[in-house]
Design a protein around this ligand. Structure first.
Ligand SMILES: Cc1ncc(COP(=O)(O)O)c(C=O)c1O
Length: 374
């Protein structure tokens, strides 16, 4: 009997399954510890608004009914908040699913997808799934090299991904830089502004990409409920794009793609602006605290506009990860991003940040006292 590998589409063999790293439960079981401070996945440490929990409890008794396939109420509320027509908004099972829909709708085999390296993992995944060519542009000083990205666009290009703020470094591209880039992009491809972390960005020159959507430019703006709204476990994200693009996405969207509980929670989260503001404020305080502590350790970091910091720990990031994990803290290693002395740490609550700082200090001290070459 043929092995499934032989039956598989050739392009699927190129896909490396997403590796989330060890779960907190695994770490606790392996090390026999009772608590893990998880700062590995850029989740919101505050958790959902109490209003969201209340709304979900109320909605629980309706779980036997299929969800609204068009997410009408949520779409209308989003459109209202964004100042766009509801027809230009599409809701997905996380912004991951909207990226997937963009691939399904707009990328033919042999087309190319342009993105920076290191990339957010779902961009190469989408390229491989669609049998597209990955056109990868090295980061320049931890930022997107928009000139090189514009140079790389040709008639085969289906999508261009720009995560802004950039995961994993936390940098942003400014309004002026994005404008200059957009003036070079032909209308044969779609520019995807992946703004999963935009609510955290406080730089005055952060671009208003929704203006391009309102102008009907070939672009899509993606945002999510997984970060500042603290609903990562429910999987809700959305895209705003000119109506011909959203219509195409609706053609490939699975029926009932967003669970009813997720729709209800997202709607309630959207209405609790105070909670959002609190989450942003806690993140900002945590960022300043981490900058100060990391600076005191003599380490370099990339100033961030998101809810994570990319830190050069000056040692092998996998070794650093292991040492932190033994102290009950998980982060992301930079080796997967091609930057092997960096770690990406999510900004947590004050208590979590202190736990991380103590663990990192101990890790560096233990390494410093070890004899032999470093
Ligand atoms: C840059 C970027 N885009 C998109 C996402 C996906 O978010 P979602 O949970 O909405 O699928 C993430 C999640 O970490 C991200 O970092």
């Amino acid at each position: 009997m043929a092995n499934a590998e032989e039956l598989m589409r050739a392009t699927v063999r190129r896909i490396v399954p997403y590796s989330p790293g060890k779960s907190s439960a695994e770490v606790m079981a392996d090390l026999g510890i009772e608590k893990v401070t998880k700062l590995a996945s850029n989740e919101n440490p505050i958790g959902p608004s109490p209003r969201v929990i209340e709304a979900m409890c109320e909605a629980a008794s309706e779980a036997h009914i299929y969800p609204d396939p068009q997410c009408v109420e949520l779409t209308d509320a989003l459109a209202d908040m964004l100042g766009v027509d509801p027809a230009t908004v599409v809701v997905g099972r996380g912004s991951d699913e909207v990226i997937h829909m963009l691939g399904l709708a707009f990328v033919d085999p042999g087309d190319s997808i342009v993105f920076s390296v290191p990339p957010f993992a779902v961009y190469p995944y989408t390229a491989r799934l669609m049998d597209a060519e990955e056109v990868t542009i090295p980061h320049r000083g931890f930022r997107h090299d928009l000139e090189a990205m514009a140079d790389a666009i040709d008639e085969t290009t289906g999508l261009v991904f720009i995560s802004n703020p950039y995961n994993p470094t936390g940098t942003i591209m400014t309004a002026e830089e994005i404008d200059a880039f957009m003036s070079r992009v032909p209308d044969t491809c779609i520019v995807v502004f992946d703004e999963a972390y935009f609510e955290y960005a406080d730089a005055p020159d952060y671009p208003d990409t929704l203006a391009y959507v309102r102008e009907g430019r070939r672009c899509a703006v993606l945002r999510t409920f997984s970060k500042v709204y603290a609903l990562a476990g429910l999987r809700v994200g959305y895209g705003a794009a000119p109506v011909d693009i959203t219509n195409a996405l609706k053609q490939v969207r699975e029926p009932f793609n967003v669970a009813s509980m997720a729709q209800v929670a997202a709607l309630a989260a959207l209405h609790d602006r105070e909670h959002v503001e609190r989450c942003v404020a806690v993140n900002r305080e945590g960022r300043e605290f981490l900058y100060a502590q990391i600076g005191q350790m003599g380490l370099d970091y990339v100033p961030t506009q998101a809810n994570f910091v990319f830190v050069d720990v000056g040692m092998d990031s996998v070794e650093c990860f292991d040492a932190l994990m033994r102290r009950g803290v998980t982060v992301r290693t930079g080796d997967i991003f091609g930057l092997p002395t960096f770690i990406r740490v999510t900004i947590g609550t004050r208590e979590q940040n202190e736990t991380f700082v103590t663990a990192l200090r101990e890790t560096l001290a233990a390494r410093g006292s070890r004899p032999g070459p470093r």
